[in-house]
Structure formats: structure tokens, C-alpha cells
Design a protein around this ligand. Structure first.
Ligand code: ZN
Length: 467
């Protein structure tokens, strides 16, 4: 029998409607799998993990992140999307080396794990050479996070397309090879696969059709950026893909800020999924988070950090912001009618829906809903423990409300991925944090050595003073 671990005496938020919340409850794990969640589980022959004073909940699931951008953390907080096109892509991303990708993904994934994010859809669109993708996958494997790795385009190619030079060459030959070598037949492991295609917003319908066909030929799902920036008239990319019969349950769209309600309904009908990125949507002037509109269209609103170039990476913030933005949108519509908000029902987005957006809905959005996203017997044992005794969470009354309203990544005490403890007593286990830090600082210094990006922050004059 595989090793058993009993997480005992915590305040359990299962995110499974058939189990609900347990003010004092236990979670029993055998090997990599949850086998029971109940009020008091009598168990022998098992290790115990005392969860007294803790909230026990499923690991957070981020269904849209670019780990490779960790190297320029926070540098775009005063940028808009077009600054990236004009500056970061050609001046930094196009110069990324495979070594930079390894260092930045390693640091980004370590940061996510420490923040209680156990599953991430990691979208790599800096595949300037095949080695860039290989190093991204190696870093994910080394850190031990659950991830769906998305093989994307190169930044230099993306830049060409923004400048009107569409490149229709088949860029998926190496993607096929990598899938066959590293992923095929291993779908039960921590790493799964997909293609991140450019889509109609930034390329042609011909290329979109070819790219979708390539993913379906390989047998992996597809993700597409759409509907951001919101400013121009709707680009109707989802509609165009629907008209071309390209939608299906194997497609996820990120952002969707200017996707119309009709497009979202067609996506829901096709069984597809969508992810809002509340912080990035607002920080970049990209648009308005679509959380509520996704739900109203029949989709399950999922959320993601997108990138730490302009966000904290704290998924608790994304839960909150996705909810708060929708409440503001609805309130503004009511104010515009000359009246006031009279009932909470009019706000239209509850704390429970917010919690689901960053757990079970995000798991569903990245095709892992049967494996993670809730504490359900039979699912993989991705579990986090928050210190409910911390002053920003105490006293614990409404458990879901407390997490959505007040929790932050600093409350994350313990993290398990696949039944394995990767963080305990507030510190990562089995991760050489000093090495991760050294590698990311070295990568940052290489990036800033290019030193030629007007409109972006100046390079640090003495960057190593932070190391
Ligand atoms: Zn993105």
C-alpha cells in the first residue's frame, strides 16, 4: 500500500459541493491521491499532519501564466500593452537565451508554488529556438509544479506579425517532436501539453486554421489570446473561428475583454473555456475583466495571473479582483439608471464563485478538472494549508469569505503537490532557493545588458545590489 498521510483537524474548504465546508475536518491521502475528506477520519498506519488553526483547501489553479516573463518582474507596471510590442518584445524577449528561459521559469514556478499555486497553464511564447522550449519544460520538471506546458511562437516571429509580415511556415515540427519524447502517454504525470497559437487577433485565419489542425493532429488542446486590447472595435476572433468551425471543447481563450456576449455564447455552446486575467487586463489598459460576462454567457469563469511584469503573482488577488470588478460593473449599470444597489443579488458575483474561478473552474479551463481543483476523493492530492491564526484571517467565521476577502500568499504555510510536501512551515522543501535566486538575478542582468529600450524602465545602475 502506498504511503498514507492524514491532514487532521483543519478548517476544510473542499470546493466540492457534495462535501462543502467542514469547520473541523480531515483529508486522507494515499500516495498521490485524495481518498477521503470527512469530519473525523479514523486512520492507522499513516503519517499525520496537524492542521489545527489552518484552512485546508485545494491548491490554487492559474489557467493563464507566462513564467518566462518573471525575469522582468514589475517592469511593466507603468506600461500599456503597446509598450510591450514596441519595446519589451524586440529589446528583451527576442534576445532571451535558453539559459534565461530556464532561470526565469524556475523562479516563476518556485514563486507560484510558494504562493499556494499548485497547477499552472504555462504559456511559453518565447520559443526563439527549440532549446527555449526544452529548457522551459526542464525547469517545470525540476521544480515539481503541476503544469500544462503550452508550446507557443517565438517573440521575433510575433513581432514580425504585428508589423504585418505574417509568417505561415509550419513552426510545429519541434512541438510534435517534444510532445512525442516528453509527454505522449504520460498524461497522468505532473506535466501535460498543448499548443499556444497566435489566433486571428494577431495573425491570419489561414494560419489559425493550420495551427488548430496541427494541435488536433498531435492530439493536444489549444489556447489563444483574444479580445485585448479592448479599445479597437471588437475583432470578433471567436466569431470568425466559430464561423470556420474551429471551436471545440479543446480550446481556451485568454482575456476576452472585447469579445462580444454573442461570441462567448457560441464558445460556451461549443464546450470551450475562457480565462480572465483581472490584474493584467486592468493594469495594461487592455480592457475590462470578463469574469461576469463569461458566467452570464454560460462559461465557467476562470482566472489567471498572466504575468508578473505588471502583477504580484498572488492568485488570491485575482480571485478578489475578478469578483470586485464584476460587482463594480453591475453597480455602475444600476447607478446609470438613476437608482441604487438594493440587494446583494444585484451585485451578481459571490465569494464562492470567486473561489471557484481560481480552483475548479481554472482546472476545467485547462482540461484538468477531473484531476485537481477540489478536495474530492479520487483526485490528485494538491492541497494547501493557510494559517488561519494570522491576524489578517482571524477570527475565522465565514471560511470561504475569509479566504476570498482577506487571504494572501503570505498566509500559505504548507503546500502539497501530488501528495508530496513541497512547502512546510512557510518554507519551500526540496528547492534550493539560493540557487533559484542566483539564476534569476544573473538572467536579469543579462537582459538589462541590452540596455536599449526607450519607454521602458532604465536598467538598474547596479543591479547586483539586490542579489
Ligand atoms: Zn497572456
Amino acid at each position: 500500500m502506498a504511503k498514507r498521510l492524514l491532514i487532521k483537524g483543519g478548517a476544510v474548504i473542499s470546493v466540492d459541493p457534495s462535501i462543502g465546508e467542514l469547520r473541523v475536518g480531515d483529508v486522507l491521502i494515499e500516495g498521490d491521491t485524495i481518498i477521503d475528506v470527512a469530519r473525523d477520519i479514523p486512520a492507522e498506519d499513516c503519517e499525520f499532519l496537524d492542521a489545527t488553526g489552518m484552512v485546508v483547501m485545494p491548491g490554487l489553479v492559474d489557467s493563464h501564466r507566462h513564467f518566462w516573463q518573471t525575469g522582468t518582474r514589475a517592469d511593466s507596471i507603468d506600461h500599456v500593452f503597446w509598450d510591450l510590442v514596441a519595446s519589451q518584445w524586440p529589446k528583451i524577449a527576442a534576445h532571451y537565451s535558453p539559459e534565461d528561459v530556464y532561470a526565469t521559469v524556475l523562479a516563476g514556478a518556485a514563486d507560484a508554488l510558494s504562493a499556494g499555486v499548485t497547477t499552472v497553464l504555462d504559456w511559453c511564447h518565447v520559443v526563439n529556438t527549440p532549446e527555449h522550449a526544452e529548457e522551459n519544460v526542464r525547469a517545470l520538471r525540476d521544480i515539481g509544479i503541476r503544469s500544462r506546458f503550452l508550446y507557443g511562437a517565438s517573440m521575433s516571429r510575433k513581432l514580425n506579425e504585428f508589423q504585418g509580415e505574417a509568417d505561415d511556415t509550419d513552426s510545429w515540427a519541434h512541438a510534435r517532436d517534444l510532445y512525442t519524447r516528453e509527454f505522449e502517454g504520460k498524461e497522468d504525470g505532473l506535466l501535460t501539453y498543448g499548443l499556444a497559437i497566435q489566433g486571428p487577433d494577431v495573425s491570419t485565419m489561414e494560419l489559425t486554421t493550420t495551427d488548430c489542425a496541427a494541435a488536433r493532429d498531435i492530439g493536444v488542446p489549444i489556447a489563444v489570446h483574444v479580445g485585448a486590447p479592448e479599445g479597437p472595435p471588437p475583432m470578433l476572433s471567436i466569431q470568425r473561428m466559430a464561423d470556420a468551425n474551429l471551436l471545440g471543447p479543446d480550446i481556451n481563450f485568454a482575456h476576452c475583454c472585447n469579445s462580444t456576449d454573442e461570441e462567448l455564447r457560441r464558445l460556451a455552446e461549443a464546450g470551450g473555456t475562457a480565462t480572465a486575467c483581472p490584474t493584467l487586463d486592468m493594469a495594461f489598459g487592455m480592457g475590462t475583466p470578463a469574469t461576469g460576462r463569461l458566467r452570464d454567457a454560460g462559461l465557467r469563469p476562470a482566472v489567471g495571473v498572466d504575468s508578473v511584469i505588471a502583477s504580484s503573482g498572488d492568485m488570491f488577488e485575482e480571485l478578489r479582483l475578478g469578483m470586485l470588478y464584476e460587482r463594480m460593473r453591475r453597480s455602475q449599470a444600476i447607478f446609470a439608471k438613476g437608482t441604487d444597489v438594493k440587494s446583494v443579488a444585484e451585485l451578481g458575483f459571490t465569494s464562492r464563485e470567486a473561489l471557484e474561478s481560481g480552483t475548479i473552474n481554472s482546472a476545467h479551463a485547462m482540461w484538468l478538472g477531473d484531476k485537481v481543483g477540489s478536495l474530492t476523493p479520487g483526485k490528485k492530492a494538491d492541497v494547501i494549508l493557510l494559517r488561519a491564526t494570522d491576524l489578517n484571517l482571524a477570527p475565522l467565521s465565514d471560511m470561504v469569505g475569509a479566504v476570498v476577502c482577506g487571504a494572501n500568499s503570505g498566509n500559505v504555510d504548507t503546500v502539497l503537490v501530488n501528495g508530496k510536501i513541497v512547502k512546510r512551515n512557510g518554507s519551500l522543501v526540496g528547492v534550493d532557493v539560493a540557487r533559484v535566486h542566483r539564476l534569476i538575478v544573473e538572467a536579469r542582468d543579462r537582459m538589462y545588458a541590452y540596455d536599449a529600450y526607450p519607454g521602458m524602465r532604465p536598467p538598474l545602475s547596479t543591479p547586483t545590489h539586490l542579489s
